[in-house]
Ligand binder design. Sequence first.
Ligand code: P6P
Length: 328
Amino acid sequence: MEFGLVMYTAHTIRKSRGDFAILLSHIVLGCKFVCTAVNKAGLAKLIGLAGETNVQGEEQKKLDVLSNEVFIKALVSSGRTCILVSEEDEEATFVEPALRGKYCVVFDPLDGSSNIDCGVSIGTIVGIYAVKDGVDPKIEDVLQPGKNMVAAGYCKYGSSCTLVLSTGKGVNGFTLDPSLGEFILTHPDIKIPIKGKSYSVNEGNAENWDGQQQSMYVEKCKYPQDGSPAKSLRYIGSMVADVHRTLLYGGFFLYPADKKSPNGKLRVLYEVFAMSYLMEQAGGQAFTGKQRALDLLPTKIHERSPIFLGSYDDVEEIKALYAAEGQK
Ligand code: P6P
């Protein structure tokens, strides 16, 4: 089916109404702003804006600090949020009563920002919960299993600025047309291939991995015993980039627990849940090594978890390895 020139705004208003559409539009505004800032970052170094102060003598903000401020301002000014949890802030932000709405937003404003200086794709990751009224928000309103999210998505800042979003009715991808300043629907109804040809993991951590399952899985990828071709290793070290490739091409992304990070490195609310939500909406799976990732019940806002996500059949394989180990 040929898709016309559908702008994000029209597409979303057709699919979402009222407060939710207003909230999403403010998130999109934040993504556009950060995309511009990220694209300028390299140039800024060339024209001396980087470093401690810029030409106006103002202190040059680090991109992740700037991105955090942009999203906090955009989300508060939407008038539709009550609690904000950001990777950049130790404590949750409770929106002032006059501007409160009924949504809790958890986000990493610029995930993978350590990669910015070498031009590797980085991104913003967002998850949204709805609360009953938002009048008297409590931290428990945001400490919910990921399956309760009403939307999740990411915006990848790289060779193109791509917004991938689900509001619980499948996954759509939009690419920013800088000349229009609009996100155009370029990847309608994304479905992850049922099995992939690549696996994505930092094998440099292998010595520290806990348990044998992930090592057994990686060995299976490298030396398949069933005559199938070996899988390719694809690892960028920026979750948005690695997950985006996995979503479009299929395959498997894993960040297991290890001796350095006994609960895994990735954060439950705004990395594990958001990406797991998208994977399931696209027909894939997400597993923590013990359970379905979206069933996890977080007790702290910056809690971490191991994560294995990607193509349905690939995740089934590692679940089978864990099940077999569990029966020993
Ligand atoms: P490692 C980036 O710092 C990040 O939070 C994710 O974007 C990425 O998937 C992971 O850490 C990479 O971690 O240990 O492989 O460098």
